[in-house]
Design a protein around this ligand. Structure first.
Ligand code: NDP
Ligand code: GDR
Length: 339
């Protein structure tokens, strides 16, 4: 039985990856953090109840604590490590830059160094990000596009990207970067823009929230479905040689388009008024204000346009996304309306 160790198992991707690997017959070990409130909601169904899987085991640890990582690596002796743990919110990284750098940047080094010492044949996946491309200089972005990080989050992920490449080259580790563009799902954290919108719509329709307050509506993102993307992570580690891959849909949409489509799925057509910080969206039938803008949600430096070129993943991994942008928006809206 193959063994996988996942950091960030309680997150969106960690939960889908766990399900995917358990289905493939892996024994899955996850690192969880101690917290004062329950943080295992996304994997609770795998830990207890009718769908509980005895091949899922969780352990306390933290990416900022090298001893905990090393002990787990020694104890579990995994075949594959998926390093998904991170302070993953770009805007928050401006508020906690040092912690973000520690967990996202040095955390990756801690794991790689431990693998080098303890079990150098472990295959290592690093959750790299399209945020590395930052200030756009080339469209679409592929594995050869230069990086230009625009946040403490992206700068930390840049270090993690290069230390992964360096440990591969210096110590012959099977260490790979998946440069994943934005991917979403009903399990997406509630403060990321897509989920904030779909959950907000549900709350508005149920009378629990008055309106949505957003930031930059003009940012463009290449949004895919998280469940499709965790398959790519696994495929990257099954290749004969360790390489880095861009995983994306090849389509880009503005936050504004996401809003329009999401409200449309809920039966509401938006009518936009005003400009810049005074822009707002009204229900075109009733005139009710549904979206306003607040500068609080703007970032000191923004990533304006992300559009990935997944050609390498298509040809070498035979990977392609199955869920379209329209389907993704629909399934997120429907899920939040149902719950
Ligand atoms: P989430 O925010 O949903 O999950 C992050 C996970 O990391 C959580 O399990 C969290 O634990 C854990 N974590 C945070 N800090 C630490 C720490 N110090 N030590 C150990 N674990 C920690 O992120 P996603 O699932 O969306 O993303 C997974 C990874 O992929 C992240 O590294 C993210 O930066 C990266 N990425 C994500 C993309 C996306 O669009 N989703 C695109 C490209 C890259 P807890 O539950 O306790 O908070
Ligand atoms: P991102 O995702 O920064 O791309 O990082 P997020 O959903 O936070 O922002 C996307 C775009 O929407 C704009 N925006 C808002 N964002 C949030 N969170 N809240 C708002 O109210 C709002 N209004 C407008 C943002 O300015 C931005 O342009 C995600 C994370 O998962 C990272 O970990 C990952 O690396 C990248 O995707 C790829």
């Amino acid at each position: 039985m193959k063994k996988a160790l996942i950091t960030g198992i309680t997150g969106q991707d960690g939960s889908y990856l766990s399900e995917f690997l358990l289905d493939k017959g892996y024994q899955v070990h996850g690192i969880i953090r101690r917290s004062s409130t329950v943080n295992t909601g996304r994997i609770a169904h795998l830990l207890q109840g009718p769908d509980a899987n005895p091949n899922l085991l969780v352990h306390y640890g933290d990416l900022t604590d090298s001893g905990s990582l090393c002990k787990l690596l020694y104890k579990i002796q995994p075949d594959e490590v998926y390093n998904l743990g991170a302070q993953s919110h770009v805007k928050v990284s401006f508020d906690v830059p040092e912690y973000t750098s520690d967990a996202n940047g040095l955390g990756t080094l801690r794991f790689l160094d431990c693998i080098r010492e303890v079990k150098p044949d472990t295959r290592f996946y690093q959750a790299s990000s399209s945020e590395l491309f930052g200030k756009v200089r080339e469209i679409p972005q592929n594995e050869n596009t230069p990086f230009y990080p625009r946040s403490p989050y992206a700068a930390a992920k840049l270090y993690a990207y290069w230390i992964t490449v360096n440990y591969r080259e210096a110590y012959d580790l099977f260490a790979c970067n998946g440069i994943l563009f934005n991917h979403e799902s009903p399990r997406r954290g509630e403060t990321f823009v897509t989920r904030k919108i779909t959950l907000g719509i549900s709350n508005i329709l149920k009378g629990r929230q008055d309106k949505l307050v957003l930031g930059n509506l003009d940012a463009k993102r290449d949004w895919g479905y998280a469940k499709d993307y965790v398959e790519a992570m696994w495929l990257i580690l099954q290749q004969p040689a360790p390489e880095d891959y861009v995983i994306a849909t090849g389509e880009t949409h503005t936050v504004r388009e996401f809003c329009e489509l999401a409200f449309k799925h809920a039966g509401i057509t938006l009518k936009w008024e005003g400009q810049g910080i005074s822009e707002k969206a009204l229900d075109s039938t009733t005139g009710k204000e549904l979206i306003t803008i607040n500068s609080e949600y703007f970032r000191p430096t923004e990533v304006d346009l992300l559009l990935g070129d997944p050609s390498k993943a298509k040809s070498k991994l035979n990977w392609t996304q199955k869920v379209s942008f329209e389907e993704l928006v629909k399934l997120m809206v429907e899920s939040d309306l149902k719950n």
